[in-house]
Design a protein around this ligand. Structure first.
Ligand code: FES
Length: 143
């Protein structure tokens, strides 16, 4: 015997839901700026925002209510909110949590990194209700 043992330690690579490719989404993103992009797949709407204090955040832009497109709506001073115009759903841009309206769940996060040249890359995405740490472990093949 012995042949059966190896199957259990095979690495899973590039399976359809586990490991999205890194994708450059902007050459630069300045405070108060946002950009709409598609991630992890070409059908998946997403949005990235540089908040007024420099924090970079990324989310799925598919409303968790009835899947309308969520937009960044800037207030004066570089603050703002993620807003769904269909039924006035509002999400906190720092956490993705619902702050108003009918959406039942927070927005899933898109994980972003910034390179030395200022370019912004999407490197992963959480599933609804999943934490960033869990998503990273899943995408690194820890499971
Ligand atoms: Fe977004 Fe209803 S679809 S609030």
């Amino acid at each position: 015997g012995g042949i059966g043992v190896a199957a259990g330690v095979l690495h899973r690579h590039g399976d359809s839901e586990g490991t999205p490719e890194p994708k450059k989404i902007a050459d630069a993103l300045l405070p108060g700026e946002s950009i709409a992009f598609r991630y992890p797949g070409e059908a998946d709407r997403a949005v990235a925002v540089r908040l007024g204090d420099g924090t970079l955040v990324g989310y799925s832009a598919v409303c968790t209510h009835l899947a309308c497109a969520v937009l960044w709506r800037e207030d004066r001073g570089g603050e703002g909110e993620l807003y769904c115009p269909c039924h006035e759903g509002i999400f906190d841009p720092r956490t993705g949590e619902v702050t108003a309206g009918p959406p039942p769940r927070p927005l899933p996060k898109v994980l972003l990194i910034e390179e030395m040249d200022g370019s912004v890359w999407a490197i992963g995405a959480t599933r609804s209700g999943e934490g960033v740490q869990e998503a990273l472990c899943r995408q690194l093949g820890d499971d």
